[in-house]
Design a binder for this molecule. Structure first.
Ligand code: ADP
Length: 572
C-alpha cells in the first residue's frame, strides 16, 4: 500500500504527474511509479530479455511504491517521457573566452529547463579590469559573468515546475576573491546561485600561521595582490555569518578522493555540493528511506540490516539502469558521463530512524550509528557495483582510475548524500541526514505561494499513544516549533524530538563528518545556527569542517535575511 500525505500529493500534482496539453493531470502517483519503473528497467534488455525487464520493473515499482527508495526528481519527472533527462547534477566548464562562456550558458539553460542543476568553476576567468586584447577593452571579471548566468537561470523556469539552481566556485587565490565573497551580501543578487570558495589546504595553513596570501592571475600566474590570509578568512566568515554564503569547498580533500585524477582535477560540484564532478560530467542520485528500516526485535528496536542490504542492491541496479537509459543534453556530456558512470546513492529519514530507535540526535550513540549505517551502505553499494561490473563491464575509464587493477567497479562513485528536499516530502520523512526542522511547521511553496501545515507523524503518534492533550500540545508546538519547554512531555522524549535549531552546531557537523567518512562523493548538510550565533561560532565550524576532512561546508543562521523556504512554527 502507498500512503501519500496531502503534502506529497500536492507536490506530485504540481510538478511530477504528467499532464495533457490542457494542463489536466493524466496519471496517478502509482502510474507515475509504474512509468518510471518500466522506463528504467528497459535497460535490463541490453543484458537479458523481456522477462528480466518485466521482473525488474516489478521490483523497482515495489521499492518506490513503498517509499523505501526514490530516485532524484528529474528521474521521477522525466523517465518514460520524451524529455528523458534523468540526472539532477551537472558541472560545466567556464573558460576565459567569451564565445565558450555563452555556449556554456546555453547548455546550462537547456539542462535547467529539464530539471537538472549546474555547477561551475569561474576561476579560469581573467580578473576584473584585465586587458582584453581583441577589443582593447577591460574584462568585467567572474562576478559580473556570474550575474549573466544568474539572469539566464532566472528566465528558465523548469517546464513551469521549479526554478533552476547553480553552484558558483572561485578559487581562494583568484584576484577577484574579495568581490566574490561579498557577492551575495546584497539582497537578491545571484539568487539562483549557491556560492562556495574553492579552499586549498595551503590557504588554511596560511590562516593558521597568520601568513600572507598571494592572489594569482589565472593566465599569467603572476602575483596580482598579497593579503593577510587571516583577513580574507575573516571576510569569508563574516559573510557566511550574515547571509549563509559563501560556503567552502575543500578542493584538496575532494581531489584526494577523486577516482580519476588522470582525467583532471575536480574544481566544482553540483548546486547543493554533494557531487564533485569533472567538467561535462553528470550524476544520478537516489535515496533510501532509512525510517523504514527499523524493526522490533524481542523487546527492543533495531536497524533491519537484512532488508537494508536488499534495498541497497536494488537501488544500485536502478541507478545503473538510469545511467543507461538517460538522454544526455549534449554529446560531450554523454561521453564524459558514460566514461565514469558516477551514481550517488544516499539516504533520507535518518532523523526519523533515530527517533524510532529512541536515540537523541545530539549524542555519540547517534553519530556512531550514523557511521555504522553509512559504512554498511557503502560496502553493499561497492559489492553491488562490483557484481554489475562482472555482469556488464567496469566503467570505461576504470583502467585510468584509482581502482585499477584490484577493484573492478561499474561506477567511479557509488554514494552521495543529497538534500532530498522534495523526495523526502514525497516519502513523508525527514530530509537527508538533517534533524527534524520543526515538529509542526508550514511549508511555503515557492511557485504559487501556497502554505501547508504539517505535523511530524512520529510526534503525533507519540502524543496519541500516551493519551496526551494532543490539541493543546500541537498548538504550543506550532507556536514554538519545538516541545522543548513542555512539561506534559517527559524530558527523555523531548530530547528525542529536538529540532534543528535546538541541536548545537557541533553535533550537526559530527553527523556530516560521520556520513562523509563512508561516502564516495560528498554530503550535503546545512549546519543550522541560532540567530544568536557569533562570528567565532562560524569560524569554529568552518575550521573544524576542514580539519575533519569534510568536502565542503555551509552554515545557515536562523533567518538572517528572512529567505528560508521552510519556516518554523506559525511565524513563517
Ligand atoms: P530532490 O529531492 O528534488 O530529488 P535534492 O534536494 O536532493 O532534490 O537535490 C539534489 C540535487 O538536485 C541538487 O544538488 C541539485 O543538483 C539538483 N536540484 C535540486 N533542486 C533543483 C532546482 N530547483 N533546480 C535545479 N536543480 C536542482
Amino acid at each position: 500500500m502507498t500512503i501519500l500525505t496531502d503534502n506529497a500529493q500536492l507536490v506530485l500534482r504540481e510538478r511530477y504527474l504528467l499532464k495533457d496539453k490542457k494542463g489536466r493531470i493524466r496519471e496517478t502517483p502509482l502510474e507515475m511509479f509504474r512509468r518510471v519503473a518500466e522506463a528504467v528497467a528497459e535497460a535490463e534488455r541490453k543484458w537479458s530479455d523481456e522477462k528480466a525487464a518485466k521482473k525488474w520493473a516489478g521490483i523497482f515499482f515495489e521499492v518506490m511504491k513503498k517509499l523505501n527508495f526514490l530516485p532524484n526528481s528529474p528521474t521521477l519527472m522525466n523517465a518514460g517521457t520524451p524529455v528523458g533527462q534523468l540526472s539532477a547534477c551537472f558541472v560545466l566548464p567556464v573558460e576565459d573566452d567569451l564565445k565558450t562562456i555563452f555556449e556554456t550558458i546555453t547548455q546550462a539553460a537547456l539542462i535547467q529547463q529539464k530539471g537538472g542543476g549546474t555547477g561551475f568553476d569561474f576561476s579560469h576567468l581573467r580578473p576584473k579590469g584585465d586587458d582584453i586584447y581583441t577589443s582593447g577593452g577591460y574584462a568585467s571579471g567572474p562576478v559580473s559573468f556570474m550575474k549573466v548566468f544568474d539572469a539566464a537561470t532566472e528566465h528558465v523556469m523548469q517546464g513551469g515546475k521549479r526554478r533552476g539552481a547553480n553552484m558558483g566556485v572561485l578559487l581562494v587565490n583568484h584576484p577577484d576573491i574579495e568581490a566574490f565573497i561579498a557577492a551575495k551580501s546584497m539582497n537578491d543578487t545571484l539568487r539562483n546561485f549557491n556560492i562556495s570558495v574553492g579552499i586549498l589546504d595551503a590557504f588554511m595553513e596560511a590562516v593558521g600561521n597568520n601568513d600572507k596570501w598571494d592572489l594569482i592571475h589565472p593566465n599569467s600566474q603572476r602575483i596580482v595582490k598579497t593579503l593577510e590570509a587571516r583577513k580574507l578568512w575573516q571576510e569569508i566568515v563574516r559573510n557566511a555569518w550574515s547571509n549563509g554564503d559563501p560556503g567552502l569547498l575543500f578542493l584538496d580533500t575532494i581531489n584526494v578522493a577523486n577516482p580519476t585524477p588522470k582525467l583532471g582535477r575536480i574544481e566544482a560540484t553540483n548546486p547543493c555540493g554533494e557531487v564533485p564532478l569533472l567538467p561535462y560530467e553528470s550524476c544520478n542520485l537516489g535515496s533510501i528511506n532509512l525510517s523504514h528500516y527499523v524493526r522490533q526485535k524481542n523487546s527492543s528496536k533495531t536497524v533491519d540490516w537484512d532488508q537494508l542490504a536488499k534495498v541497497v542492491e536494488i537501488a544500485i541496479r536502478f541507478l545503473d539502469d538510469v545511467v543507461e537509459i538517460n538522454r544526455y543534453p549534449d554529446p560531450v556530456i554523454s561521453e564524459k558521463t558514460l566514461g565514469n558512470r558516477k551514481i550517488g546513492l544516499g539516504v533520507m529519514g535518518w532523523a526519523e530512524m533515530l527517533i524510532k530507535l529512541g536515540i537523541p540526535y545530539d549524542t555519540m550513540e547517534a553519530v556512531t550509528l550514523g557511521e555504522q549505517v553509512m559504512k554498511f551502505i557503502q560496502e553493499k553499494s561497492n559489492a553491488s557495483s562490483a557484481s554489475l561490473a562482472t555482469a556488464r563491464g567496469s566503467f570505461p575509464n576504470w583502467e585510468k582510475s584509482i581502482y585499477y587493477p584490484e577493484s573492478p567497479l561499474r561506477h567511479a562513485t557509488r554514494t552521495s548524500i543529497a538534500p532530498t528536499g522534495t523526495i523526502s516530502v514525497i516519502a513523508n520523512t525527514s530530509s537527508s541526514i538533517e534533524p527534524l526542522f520543526a515538529l509542526v511547521y508550514q511549508r511555503k511553496y515557492v511557485l504559487n505561494n501556497d502554505t501547508l501545515t504539517t505535523v511530524n507523524p512520529l510526534f503525533l503518534n507519540y502524543l496519541y499513544e500516551q493519551h496526551l492533550e494532543v490539541n493543546d500540545i500541537l498548538e504550543k508546538a506550532f507556536e514554538k516549533g519545538t516541545c522543548k519547554d513542555m512539561e506534559a512531555i517527559p524530558p527523555e522524549i523531548r530530547d528525542i524530538f529536538k529540532t534543528a535549531l535546538e541541536i548545537p552546531p557541533y553535533w550537526h557537523l559530527r553527523h556530516q563528518i560521520a556520513f562523509q567518512k563512508y561516502t564516495d562523493n560528498a554530503v550535503s548538510k546545512t549546519i543550522n545556527l541560532p540567530s544568536s550565533a557569533t562570528l567565532e561560532d562560524v569560524d569554529y565550524i568552518y575550521t573544524t569542517a576542514w580539519s575533519s576532512k569534510a568536502k565542503g561546508i555551509t552554515v545557515f543562521r536562523d533567518n538572517p535575511l528572512g529567505k528560508q523556504v521552510l519556516n518554523k512554527g506559525i511565524s513563517g
